[in-house]
Design a protein around this ligand. Structure first.
Ligand SMILES: Cc1cc2nc3c(=O)[nH]c(=O)nc-3n(C[C@H](O)[C@H](O)[C@H](O)COP(=O)(O)OP(=O)(O)OC[C@H]3O[C@@H](n4cnc5c(N)ncnc54)[C@H](O)[C@@H]3O)c2cc1C
Length: 388
């Protein structure tokens, strides 16, 4: 059983503690039944199960409550809990929230009514299509375009590394509309997967299997109403969405790390070496202590950022970047230590810690690579000091 003492921290309200306990029970009972051999099929089954049992309701506010804020603490607790049990379940949950994020935060009433009811029920799968091969981290340099033609928008371009690419029902696509150079000339659009001209040109295989694809948009015609917010708002929409969800990437990493620590404690208590359990070796204890310290530090940063957002801090750019940077980097170290403490069994293909070792890696890259988070934190600090 994982350490749940953090739930007593003052960041949480009673509803968060109830939510975490109920999801823990559900995950323990339900996730084992999902066949994980094919990632696409598993994700469809997972989104169906999560939706059926109501766990996706927190991924977007109800469509009829435009002021309904996302509960970032509940999102983070959900991701931590699901990641501890099953990385693909966490991925599925996370993408229902991130994919629909721009619609949740900035969508029109019609966009919210059309999509959020379905993403919250698990009957529609969304994708967030920002990254391009030639610009990557330099989002302001993206080259996909959207131009007005009468009462329509025409979108052209190609996106890569798109989670849910190939299984999504709707893509939120960021494209250049040209109101101003770079960041101030981007806009966001709701593009149903059935739009003529939208093609999945390559399915991408990562070291931890997720639905991922390179997706092309060739003269995709969209109604004028497909734009999210106003022309030129795209960069702001992308960054505000990432501000919310970066904290939850840290929460997923925390879930992976907590599981790796639990597995290490179990093996160190049970494995006999040199006439006693491994846990009695002081160098082993030192590793366990460092791992526990990393886990608690990550939890403090993740739930600090979530609490700050939920209690009214308008932008949590610095806090979210700190949470993501520390929790993902620390989880990599904790999981590596757990693999080491498992000895040869740690690298057995299909084992729990081997799976965690593969699953954590991408979290240090997507939604802003670790060094990009460092740049964000440094800029925020320098701006506060009035030096930048
Ligand atoms: C599994 C997975 C899922 C993904 N899902 C999505 C998705 O759903 N939607 C989406 O739009 N994108 C998605 N991505 C893309 C992801 O966001 C990008 O891979 C990421 O932003 C980095 O872009 P890049 O791969 O082009 O690397 P690059 O931008 O080329 O960066 C490579 C490296 O260069 C360094 N670097 C780059 N910029 C800086 C800087 N300013 N300062 C210091 N160092 C820097 C860092 O070390 C960085 O890791 C996903 C990626 C992966 C791996």
């Amino acid at each position: 059983m994982s350490d749940a003492s953090f739930l007593a921290w003052p960041f949480f309200e009673a509803r968060h503690r109830q939510h975490a306990a109920a999801l823990e029970r559900w995950a323990a009972e339900s996730l084992g039944a999902i066949d994980h051999h094919d990632a696409d099929t598993a994700c469809r089954a997972l989104v169906g199960a999560l939706g059926r049992d109501g766990w996706l309701e927190g991924t977007a506010p109800p469509p009829d409550r435009p002021d309904g804020a996302l509960d970032v603490r509940a999102l983070a607790l959900s991701r931590e809990t699901l990641a501890r049990h099953d990385g693909l379940a966490d991925f599925t949950f996370a993408m229902q929230a991130l994919g629909a994020g721009p619609i949740s935060l900035f969508g029109s009433a019609a966009q919210r009514a059309e999509w959020l009811t379905r993403t919250r029920a698990g009957t529609a799968v969304p994708a967030f299509a920002l990254t391009e091969a030639a610009s990557g981290s330099d989002v302001a340099a993206l080259a996909s375009t959207a131009r007005r033609d009468g009462n329509e928008w025409i979108v052209d371009g190609e996106k890569t590394w798109i989670s849910n690419g190939g299984i999504a029902d709707v893509y939120v696509v960021f494209a250049r509309t040209g109101e101003a150079p770079r960041a101030r000339g981007l806009s966001a659009f709701v593009v149903p997967a059935t739009t003529p001209g939208l093609r999945v040109v390559e399915r991408l295989q990562a070291i931890a299997a997720h639905p991922l694809a390179r997706v092309r948009f060739d003269a995709c015609r969209l109604p004028a109403s497909a734009i999210i917010g106003r022309p030129g708002d795209g960069f702001k929409i992308a960054m505000a969405t990432l501000d919310v969800f970066r904290t939850t990437v840290g929460a997923a990493a925390l879930g992976f790390a907590r599981r790796a620590l639990d597995e290490a404690v179990t093996v160190c208590r049970s494995r006999q070496r040199f006439g006693a359990p491994l846990a009695e070796l002081q160098l082993v204890q030192a590793h366990l202590a460092d791992m526990a310290l990393e886990v608690d530090a990550s939890a403090l940063l993740v739930y600090r950022a979530a609490w700050a957002k939920d209690t009214g801090t308008a932008r949590i750019t610095r806090e979210a970047a700190m949470a993501k940077l520390h929790a993902t980097e620390a989880a990599q170290r904790v999981i590596d230590a757990s693999v080491q403490l498992h000895g040869g069994e740690g690298v057995r293909a299909g084992g729990v810690v081997e799976r965690l070792y593969r699953e954590i890696r991408a979290l240090r890259i997507y939604e802003g690579a670790s060094d990009v988070q460092r740049v964000i934190i440094a800029r925020a600090i320098l701006a506060e000091d009035g030096a930048a």
